[in-house]
Design a protein around this ligand. Structure first.
Ligand code: SIN
Ligand code: CO
Length: 397
């Protein structure tokens, strides 16, 4: 075990966005107001080659769109993926944008880039969308209901920022694009590679590519609506409660048409009894780790304990969380740890908790440092379960 040799692993969360410390960013801007940060995130080279991005858009399991800015906004065409070769070979004398969702689920470097935004809880991370645009192209003025970092990957893009929208903001009549009818420009920025623009939920924005081969990385966050929270919690609880438990009346009713205060109190009590720290943690752990793309095939070749011990002994490479896998854990009231992975809850044996905490918080562990975490058989067994499901894998780096 050596603690010496290692430079920052690329998965370590960012401490700064450009010159701004993450602490300052979180207190001054996060969920409050937009900010443009020059050289916000350094990267050595493009996260993905343009032809690889186009290749992903051809895959049936990948969510993609191609937007054609042909003529008037109301006539803009949206081609939904999976795209076909002909969509790319088509001659266009107007600007267009290819948008590919969830690229972090498919490309390790993009997954690692997403990992760097874990200065907030990882359950908040949604995905990285990557767009490729020709000069003059854009998806129009709109607002999103979640926070987003827009990072220029290649080329140049102009961003205009408007005011705060809500569910009553007037939208243009367009079947497939939710575009704002009114857009007042409050701020304007031109982004070069590495520059970052943070946009809080509900803030209107509009991007236009100022160059060909304009690539933008959008780091998107999840914010379930209160409605989703309540519906999903109720849904989870309902599967756990015996159908034999039924609502009763309160006996004699002098006014039989009235729903009494007592009736309401009984209903409230029934509902409130479900809201315990255990129930809420169990539900939220499952809910927040549900896979973005549940159908993705994660299968890894199964490994047994002997093979695992050989890897640990070699001390080479890293153990990584697989692309597209969502993990979290919670400490329950009884002192036990529950691991959540891809929407499932796995109670974790006490001897495995140190390992589980390490991999779920770090997303990558150097094999040369892993032995102490796996001292107990229970920890190795947990690793093997996760590995053999395809949730973790060993790699060179
Ligand atoms: C884009 O990358 O062109 C659109 C991103 C966004 O506005 O959310
Ligand atoms: Co947007």
């Amino acid at each position: 075990m050596s603690s010496s040799s290692h430079h920052d692993h690329p998965l370590i969360p960012l401490s700064h966005l450009g010159d701004l410390s993450v602490t300052e960013f979180l207190s001054d801007y996060w969920q409050k107001k937009p900010v443009c940060i020059r050289n916000g995130v350094a990267f050595q080279e493009a996260l993905i080659a343009v032809d690889e991005l186009a290749g992903l858009a051809l895959e049936p399991e990948v969510e993609s769109r191609l937007i054609e800015n042909n003529g008037d906004v109301k006539d803009w065409q949206v081609i939904h993926g999976p795209l076909v070769e002909a969509d790319f070979n088509k001659e266009r004398d107007f600007p267009w944008t290819l948008l590919v969702q969830g690229v972090d689920c498919f490309v390790p470097q993009v997954h690692d880039f997403l990992a760097r935004f874990r200065f907030v809880p990882s359950w908040r991370l949604d995905d990285i969308m990557i767009s490729y645009a020709t000069q003059g192209a854009g998806v129009g003025a709109h607002f999103d209901r979640y926070d987003v970092f827009l990072i220029q990957g290649q080329g140049q893009r102009q961003w205009q920022i408007g005011g705060t929208c809500n569910e009553n903001s007037a939208l243009m009549a367009h079947d497939q694009l939710c575009l704002l009818q009114n857009f007042d420009v409050h701020q304007e920025f031109i982004l070069n590679p590495g520059d970052l623009l943070y946009i809080p939920p509900l803030i209107a924005h509009k991007g236009v590519a100022m160059s060909d081969a304009c690539v933008t990385y959008s780091v998107g966050f999840r914010s379930p609506s209160y409605g989703d929270v309540l519906a999903s919690f109720a849904d989870e609880r309902s599967t756990d409660i015996s159908a034999d438990l039924r609502l009763k009346d309160q006996g004699f009713a002098p006014k039989s048409g009235e729903i009494s205060a007592k009736d309401i109190a009984v209903l409230m009590q029934l509902m409130q009894a479900q809201i315990t720290p255990e129930n809420v943690a169990q539900w939220f752990g499952k809910h927040s780790t549900e896979a973005k793309y549940p159908a993705l095939d994660m299968s890894e070749e199964a490994m047994d304990q002997t093979e695992l011990e050989a890897i640990i002994k070699d001390g080479y490479g890293v153990l990584r969380v697989s692309e597209g896998v969502r993990l979290a854990y919670t400490w329950q009231g009884d002192g036990g740890l529950t691991l959540f992975v891809q929407g499932e809850a796995l109670p974790c044996p006490p001897d495995a908790t140190v390992f589980i905490e390490a991999i779920v918080n770090q997303w990558v562990l150097e094999v040369e440092n892993i032995a102490p975490l796996l001292a107990h058989d229970a920890a190795k067994a947990m690793l093997l379960i996760l590995h053999n499901q395809g949730y973790l894998y060993f790699a060179d780096e």
